[in-house]
Design a protein around this ligand. Sequence first.
Ligand code: AMP
Ligand code: MG
Length: 350
Amino acid sequence: MKPVKTEVLRINSRRPNDSIIARASKLINSGEIVAFPTETVYGLGANALDPSAISKIYQMKGRPSDNPLIVHIADMKTLRGLVSEISPRAMRIIKKFWPGPVTLVLKKSKIVPKVTTGGLDTIAVRMPRNRIALALIKKSGFPIAAPSANISGRPSPTNASHVKDDLDGKVKMILDGGSTEIGIESTVIDMTLRTPVILRPGGISKESIEDEIGEVRFHDSLLGLRRSTEKINKSPGMKYRHYSPNARVVIVEGSRIRAKAKIIELTEKLKDEGKKVSIMTASKSLKPNADSVQYMGNTLDTIARNLFANLRKADSDHIDVIVVQGIHYNNTGFAIMNRLKKAAAETIKV
Ligand code: AMP
Ligand code: MG
């Protein structure tokens, strides 16, 4: 790809400036790509119905072409055009959680090109609640496909400088609406099955979806999340590398007392080996002898909001190893641990 000049435009997230939205939507309408904030993470947006614009997204991110994109909409009329059917259960989720961080997988209609859905007959779609995102979608007049605005495999971007770090010279425009509200991606739920299946845990928990529509299941691939005691030994470039900073991520899980003792011991060992070590923990009383200690927050919401920024901060501090104290798996904790496990090279259970 020919290098471009990347323009970063500040924009108010409560009252998005019309002229900036107009400039961004003009780019989208000419088949270009614009990075913009949603309430989850920053997205890399293009016209979902334009195959050549969509191909550019895959190329820019280095994303495998069989990994489908989420299509973002701003009204129900557009949804009806994109899908062949909306079940009553899907409708209940929509009424309760949209606009918001839950993505529905539904049967697609003919107007949706296969590049957008990674060759599938289904489409993943959601209505974001960030006002910049909504204004941009409305003004463009198209549904906007938008994966996270990072290089594939890196932690998702939660502010405009994260986007710039990954895509400077590649993307033409970044709308800078500050830090994102939720900080992890949307929950993806397949509504085409008899019992809906969560494919990716995210901003809305399984528990709160079940409160609305009854039983849903986690996809089999998510069920091993709490186990994995032994070393996973993922190497960079392996297929499932995801959310990874340059630093090696090690998770320590177990009872509070044992986990803290293990983290202190591990830090000593790594320091003796000459490594630069950062600790990520939600426990204020943990005081290891590390190069930095990143406090993750005292609620699941704050831990989620800061998660990817914490991982990226370690890279800008030239940290070699990030040791993370695992958190519980309830509610959004499940989605947070899912991201951490994918980023991690190793999990130690104590
Ligand atoms: P990202 O673009 O990084 O937010 O990732 C989008 C997520 O949605 C990925 O996990 C995709 O596999 C998933 N996804 C998108 N479209 C579909 C679909 N039609 N069926 C199943 N999963 C999908
Ligand atoms: Mg992503």
